[in-house]
Write a protein that binds this ligand. Structure first.
Ligand SMILES: NC(=O)c1ccc[n+]([C@@H]2O[C@H](COP(=O)([O-])OP(=O)(O)OC[C@H]3O[C@@H](n4cnc5c(N)ncnc54)[C@H](O)[C@@H]3O)[C@@H](O)[C@H]2O)c1
Length: 448
């Protein structure tokens, strides 16, 4: 099948590469000329495990192409996927300008039947706005062309995006047109061969499904963080509690890991967009408001522990940070907890020595050159001469570090662990002071 994809970011590029791998002819359209030039050469603008070989195979086979030409894009695919960003607007709602810009281009050039598939995470009612925008273009040109707008929200996880796309848990298809649903189902067939995973519904329900899914996952994280903060004050260990509740199949183990808050390009903005959306129809989402409040507070927890430990005397302290990406296996630092921590440390007069296995370039892009930031190429380098180590991202390589080296490199052996990677009794035995999230022997003086 012929597919056009607007937006070559985490979602668009993965979708394009995977659809090309399955034999489709895919044309990816982006407004970022630099990105498109790099992609044409097979250079990836993002880090995503398993993506590079797919892109290079697609390019070599001539089934994956890149362009900035929207006319060519509209002419190419029966399916026109919209995978552009929907960032948070000033009032918390989703900013639809990029989605509607694509719709505008489609309306400008459409001259044959097309299925416009919205993969971006968008507020309920966006499909209707996309339809209106395309129709406006057709009306201006005085032409009549048939088209359908479908909602097909994406559930892939950065860091496992290729695998998620290749083996999706579900494919949500929002449309009232059975013929369109069937065509989309056929496009996804190669990825759902062992059993049909398509869930067909109306457009508005599909749009809400995506927000509900992210709000639910964010709720689980904020829930466990809330209990972790309580455990800390009661002398309980959240890691025991986590296992104790996760073993109940009604609860399960996923997304109940305590930590220093959720980040990334989706949860914070989608939770906020859902709150704004709800307000617009006169309903207050009390639970989801609390999820957001708890998370904002949780992003301050590590700083507060560090500050308490040093009796609020942070001026001139050097803090080593392991992990800048918002989670492992990605270079994405959007809304990452590391950013909140670093901003607070800088405000308090600290110097940060940071290491991340893949996000250093992204950190350079975001922060540029700063006197109070040293980006280190190796985890050990970040420790040199630091007053303390803070762990923000649970990369695998941090799980079994050389504790003796940590002890020898730090000015005093103290570790603040925002992801509960280590056994507190082991670190105690090694003579390292260890403060984690919600653990019985954490710093109890913490005031949030
Ligand atoms: N990143 C994720 O894990 C994830 C998962 C599920 C859903 N989503 C949703 O998918 C959407 C895209 O997210 P992303 O992380 O891939 O974004 P991204 O920022 O990585 O990529 C967006 C791309 O769209 C391009 N773009 C902007 N305006 C354009 C236009 N008018 N025409 C063509 N291209 C344009 C940008 O240049 C950029 O390359 C968002 O709505 C997001 O919420 C993201």
């Amino acid at each position: 099948m012929r597919v056009t994809i607007y937006g070559s970011g985490y979602v668009g590029l993965v979708t394009g590469a995977c659809l090309a791998e399955a034999g489709n002819h895919v044309l990816c359209v982006d407004i970022d000329e630099g990105k498109i030039d790099r992609l044409k050469r097979g250079e990836l603008p993002i880090y995503e495990p398993g993506l590079e070989p797919l892109v290079s195979r697609g390019l070599q086979a001539g089934r994956l192409k890149f362009t900035v030409d929207f006319r060519e894009g509209v002419a190419h695919g029966l399916f026109q996927f919209i995978s552009v960003g929907t960032p948070q607007d000033e009032d918390g709602s989703a900013d639809l300008q990029h989605v509607l810009a694509v719709a505008h281009s489609v309306g400008e050039y459409l001259d044959d039947y097309r299925i416009i598939v919205n993969k971006s995470t968008v507020p309920i009612g966006t499909a209707e706005k996309v339809e209106t925008e395309i129709q406006r273009g057709l009306d201006q040109r005085g032409v009549s062309v048939e088209f359908d707008v479908v909602s097909n929200p994406e559930f892939l996880k950065e860091g496992a995006a290729v695998e998620d796309f290749m083996k999706p848990d579900r494919v949500v298809i929002g449309t009232d047109n059975p013929r369109t649903a069937e065509l989309l189902r056929t496009l996804y067939d190669p990825f759902t061969r062992n059993h049909d995973r398509a869930i067909v519904m109306d457009v508005r329900s599909a749009e809400l499904t995506k927000y509900a899914a992210n709000a639910m996952l964010a709720t689980r994280i904020s829930f466990i963080n809330e209990i972790a903060n309580l455990a800390e004050r009661l002398g309980a260990d959240i890691e025991h509690v986590r296992r104790g509740i996760g073993s109940d199949p009604r609860i399960g183990y996923s997304f109940i890991y305590p930590g220093c808050g959720y980040g990334g390009s989706c949860f914070p903005k989608d939770v906020s967009a859902l709150i704004a959306l709800s307000k617009s129809v006169g309903y207050e989402l009390d639970l989801i408001n609390a999820v957001e409040t708890v998370n904002k507070r949780q992003k301050k927890v590590l700083f507060q522990k560090i500050s308490d430990f040093f009796s609020n005397q942070l001026e001139g302290k050097v803090i080593a940070i392991w992990g800048l990406a918002f989670k492992p296996d990605t270079d994405d630092m959007r809304e990452a907890s590391s950013r909140d921590l670093m901003e607070m440390l800088w405000d308090a007069g600290c110097h940060v020595r940071a290491y991340d296995p893949v996000a250093l370039d992204e950190a350079r892009r975001i922060f540029g050159k700063r006197r109070d930031l040293t980006l280190c190429e190796r985890a050990e380098d970040a420790l040199a001469g630091a007053d303390a180590l803070a762990i923000v991202t649970e990369w695998r390589e941090f799980r079994s570090p050389d504790f003796e080296a940590i002890k020898a490199s730090l000015r005093q052996p103290v570790v603040f662990d925002g992801r509960n990677l280590y056994d507190p009794s082991l670190l105690r035995r090694l003579g390292i002071q260890y403060f984690a999230i919600g653990r019985g022997d954490s710093l109890r003086t913490t005031t949030i």
